[in-house]
Design a protein around this ligand. Structure first.
Ligand code: HEM
Length: 586
């Protein structure tokens, strides 16, 4: 830094010009281009840059010049701020800072409570848009449940993105598939993958889903018949592990015509892919309850580079990815030897994608790598999500015997062999599925970051702000789906109660409901909504119908908590993935 040592008058003048630039730079809110990305994601980076600037400033000028230049810079800053989109965040209401930790903000309370519980409490007090104190001195976070604001945020998926800091862990866990992709890459992948999830493609998967559901029915009924020590209530089983094995088998068959044989795998057998996947997931969800799981994403948010450090915690979660890619690669090699006409068209997702690629002339069709990354993504996100919500729905049926009996009556009145179209006609089953997904969304909340300043429309105006809300680039927004799904203003005073009959009553005015599948946010909304929602709903219906026709579920009386880790988990006595129920034969 030559100018720091210059002593001639010209040198002084040069110094002062440079000092003016440094002073403006240290006070002015415009990030210089090279640092703009860091400021958007990391307050730590921003803090370090500012300290660096002030240090530089002190070394470059004398105090009288500093005074003059400070006045000049403040005027410049005031003039500049007139031309910027102003920020309404400071005017938002929010929980008192007295209940926030000085270092963890309100985020620790959110982590310590049941899934989205704190957001629901605060939304009742502060309305559809409020702010909370973030951990590690990060700027305040907005929590959005206002219908218009949430619809706007999800509709502008190129402006509001998932946190870039979490792309490396997602890549490690799932691969560079649809959940990981952004921008043009995402658009291209989504366009190519969507036909495999169309209504027609999913309908073709019905027999495979029936087969797996019936295997689960047989497995459970055999267990009940053989259990000589059962109590008068029936046999006490952790229903999560049975449902989860069934959904893993389903995704194996409908995803890549591969049987994981999860329903016949012995739990400790580490030669079995299914046992390895289940063990890895079990360890993942239980690690997610520990304080480290609270800390790790906050550190990644503050210092994004940490996500690239090869720490065991960041690297060890790719078991599903490794296994599915190995199986998928073998299938790709085998398929490459064959001509399309050699065999009857398979109906699994991988075959649909390969057929589309063979038929298409477009160079932009998915590569082998992209197909493998997406098959591993579907296996992971399509298996535990459905299992979690389904286990909670069975728990609701166990606690509501009259509702369970009514469902059984409806199913038995239609005979045993239900076709895809028969299933769609079962109104009470449909109502139970919607109610289960409303109260127990597998992904209870999400996060978005604004890539640019924006003006967000509101359904309910906010005192002192109005009908629109201004926010700045870099703003973090939390959207708690479960809070929106249980909003008493939409669902009435019984919003938190499992009452499927609400879906049988006269249809609500769509304008009073949030924008999303059936007026709930369980499958998100906008261009990045859940790609697998049709498959999830069909699995839900077939598994419920198959189990309830043969088995009676009742509750065990244990306290079940709902936590996020990383999807919705039933937690009993501090252990995730546990939901005990009594089962007996009909
Ligand atoms: C009850 C079951 C399910 C629920 C509640 C659910 C929920 C969701 C939600 C909320 C998102 C958006 C996440 C976010 O942006 O933060 C999502 C995305 C996604 N889901 Fe699901 N999901 C379920 C089952 C499935 C299944 C069975 C599959 C596929 C086999 C699947 C594939 C995907 C994919 C690929 C995305 C990313 C879409 C994109 O970014 O374009 N999901 N899901």
């Amino acid at each position: 830094m030559e100018f720091l040592t210059a002593s001639s008058p010209e040198g002084d003048f040069g110094n002062q010009l440079k000092s003016l630039r440094v002073l403006l730079w240290s006070i002015c809110p415009i990030p210089v281009p090279s640092e703009s990305k860091a400021r958007a994601t990391s307050p730590f980076c921003s803090l370090i840059l500012r300290v660096e600037r002030i240090y530089l400033l002190h070394r470059t000028m004398n105090h009288s010049a500093l005074g003059l230049l400070a006045v000049f810079a403040l005027i410049a800053r005031a003039a500049f701020s007139k031309f910027r989109v102003r920020d309404d965040v400071p005017r938002l209401p929010g929980p008192s800072s007295t209940i926030a930790s000085w270092i963890w903000g309100h985020e620790l309370l959110v982590f310590q409570h049941a899934a989205t519980q704190m957001y629901s409490i605060w939304a009742r007090s502060f309305g559809g848009l409020f702010r909370i104190k973030a951990a590690l001195f990060h700027p305040d976070i907005i929590v959005a449940t206002d219908h218009a604001a949430v619809q706007h945020i999800f509709a502008k998926s190129d402006v509001y993105v998932k946190s870039p800091a979490f792309r490396p862990p997602i890549k490690n866990l799932l691969g560079e598939g649809l959940v990981w992709a952004e921008g043009q890459d995402w658009y291209h992948q989504r366009k190519m993958l969507s036909p495999a999830f169309s209504a027609d493609s999913i309908k073709e998967m019905t027999p495979a889903i029936h087969e797996c559901a019936e295997r689960l029915e047989t497995r459970l009924t055999n267990l009940l018949l053989l259990d000589i020590s059962r109590s008068k209530n029936g046999t006490n089983l952790n229903i999560v592990q049975y449902i989860s094995a069934c959904t893993l088998d389903i995704i194996g068959i409908v995803g890549l015509s591969h049987s994981f044989a999860a329903q016949s795998a012995r739990p400790g057998d580490m030669h079995s892919d299914a046992a390895q996947i289940c063990a890895s997931w079990d360890s993942h969800v239980n690690t997610g309850l520990k304080p480290l799981a609270f800390l790790a994403p906050l550190v990644v948010r503050a210092i994004p580079a940490v996500a690239r450090v090869p720490l065991p915690l960041m690297q060890s979660q790719g078991v599903v990815k490794t296994i599915v890619r190995r199986i998928g690669r073998k299938i790709l090699e085998r398929e490459a030897q064959k001509e399309d006409s050699d065999h009857a068209p398979a109906k699994d997702i991988l075959s649909i994608l390969l057929r589309a690629r063979r038929a298409g002339k477009d160079e932009s069709l998915l590569s082998d790598e992209q197909i493998l990354n997406n098959i591993s993504t579907f296996t992971m996100v399509g298996h535990e999500t459905t299992a979690g919500s389904l286990a909670f729905t069975l728990w609701e049926l166990a606690r509501n015997p009259a509702i369970q009996d009514r469902l059984r009556e409806e199913i038995l009145s239609c005979g045993r062999d239900l076709s895809h179209d028969d299933i769609q006609k079962l109104e009470f089953l449909d109502a139970i599925v919607k109610e289960g997904l409303r109260l127990h969304p597998a992904s209870p909340q999400t996060e978005r970051i604004a890539l640019q300043d924006d003006i967000v429309p509101l359904s309910s105006s906010i005192a002192g702000i109005g009908d629109t809300f201004r926010l700045r680039k870099g703003q973090v927004i939390h959207i708690p789906f479960r809070t929106m799904n249980t909003n008493a203003e939409v669902w009435g005073p019984s919003a938190d109660v499992f009452d499927p009959t609400r879906w049988l009553q006269a249809r609500r005015d769509p304008a009073s409901l949030p924008h999303g599948w059936s007026g709930i946010l369980t499958f998100c909304d906008g261009p990045r909504n859940c790609l697998g929602w049709r498959l999830a709903v069909l699995e839900f219906k077939i598994i419920l119908a198959t189990l309830v026709r043969s088995i009676v579920f009742s509750e065990t009386g244990v306290r079940v908590e709902a936590k996020i880790s990383p999807t919705l988990q039933a937690v009993v006595h501090g252990k995730a993935g546990v939901l005990p129920l009594y089962l007996r034969l009909v």
